[in-house]
Design a protein around this ligand. Structure first.
Ligand SMILES: [Zn+2]
Ligand SMILES: [Zn+2]
Length: 344
């Protein structure tokens, strides 16, 4: 089979399409023909070298994987050849404390696909049977690769402490990105008053056509907290979903209502933030971090798509040979939702 291998990370990464042996499955594994793989910011960070810790040498990237089962190990009873599946984002043991408490994405023995273990940028991948979730036959495999990350990840974050109710104001930053665009759809479907922000002028027109609430472009003149309070009957946001991190941290904090919650799911620029703790105290506010999604959360994401609460947004598709074009497009924030890689 052919696989796309990262040979050299850096600002101009070297990735090579190689012919390698087909994976050989063991009794408890399945072989999956890869249909599509989301190109996540995590992959970009590994490619450009900013994320190197724990990364396997010559790694095959990609943790947002969909495909079809083409072979089944002798000990696998609950799966069938021909079924459409999505994978977990990482391997997990199913036995440790984290796995036993529904947090298999924090498994003590985990390896991330496309990080500590080879991922989906390949024609075939072998997987332990408990690392796949079957999806309905009617689902499109191209969009399905996003069920774990970013759809499941965004949904898990929004579920924290039953973060909002119908009519509450929810602010979404980074609405043009994979996490933001799906989080906004979930919040809109659940009846929130959604106010979304993007810093990419090129995305504004397309975003305004999607069910992601009212969309505003962040520029130097926009007073974000002022706008949020004006659009929420002076209450502020019950939830601020922040996949951008430090660059919008203060605006996030100052947009919160009393007892509001900021949910941080990403940190793009890696800068420290400095703020007056009184900002949290006088609002009785909470700040949460959230990342990852377990097997149960992937099932929830499948249901969200099944019930038309979320539509996976894939703006562009690239083949293995176009990987550098895709890398630059994602890094330059050109993509609305996700770019996906299709084995070609
Ligand atoms: Zn991802
Ligand atoms: Zn475990």
């Amino acid at each position: 089979m052919r696989a796309l291998t990262l040979k050299n990370p850096g600002p101009d990464p070297l990735l090579v399409v190689e012919s390698v042996q087909d994976p050989v499955i063991s009794a408890n594994q399945v072989l999956v023909r890869v249909a599509a793989v989301g190109l996540c910011y995590h992959d970009i960070a590994v490619m450009n070298g900013t994320l190197a810790r724990g990364v396997k040498e010559n790694v095959v990237l990609g943790h947002e994987i969909s495909g079809t089962i083409v072979e089944i190990g002798s000990g696998v009873e609950n799966l069938q050849i021909g079924q459409k599946i999505v994978t977990s984002l990482n391997t997990f043991c199913g036995l440790c404390e984290m796995c036993m408490t529904n947090r298999d994405y924090r498994c003590q023995n985990a390896k991330g696909f496309g990080h500590g273990i080879d991922g989906g940028f390949a024609e075939l991948i072998k997987l332990d049977s408990h690392h796949v979730s079957v999806i309905p036959e009617s689902h499109n495999l191209i969009g399905a690769c996003l069920y774990g990350c970013p759809i499941g990840v965004a949904n898990e974050a929004l579920k924290l402490q039953e973060s909002f109710e119908i009519g509450d104001t929810v602010v979404i930053f980074g609405v043009g990105g994979g996490l933001g665009i799906h989080a906004a759809q979930i919040a809109v479907s659940k009846g929130a008053n959604v106010i979304s922000f993007t810093s990419s002028p090129n995305k504004l027109e397309s975003l305004e056509k999607l069910p992601v609430g009212q969309v505003f472009l962040i520029d130097e003149f926009l007073d974000i907290p002022e706008l949020v309070f004006a659009l929420s009957e002076d209450k502020g946001a019950k939830v601020v979903f922040n996949p951008v991190g430090s660059d919008v941290f203060l605006n996030s904090m100052q947009s919160l209502s009393n007892r509001g919650k900021m949910i941080v799911t990403g940190e793009v620029s890696g800068k420290p933030v400095k703020f007056n703790l009184a900002e949290i105290i006088f609002r009785d506010a909470k700040i949460f971090g959230s990342s990852g999604v377990g097997r149960a959360g992937v099932k929830d994401a499948i249901t969200l798509v099944n019930e038309n609460i979320v539509t996976p947004i894939v703006e562009r598709q690239y083949g293995f040979s176009d990987i550098l074009e895709a890398f630059h497009a994602v890094q330059n924030k050109e993509i609305i939702g996700r770019a996906v890689i299709i084995p070609d």
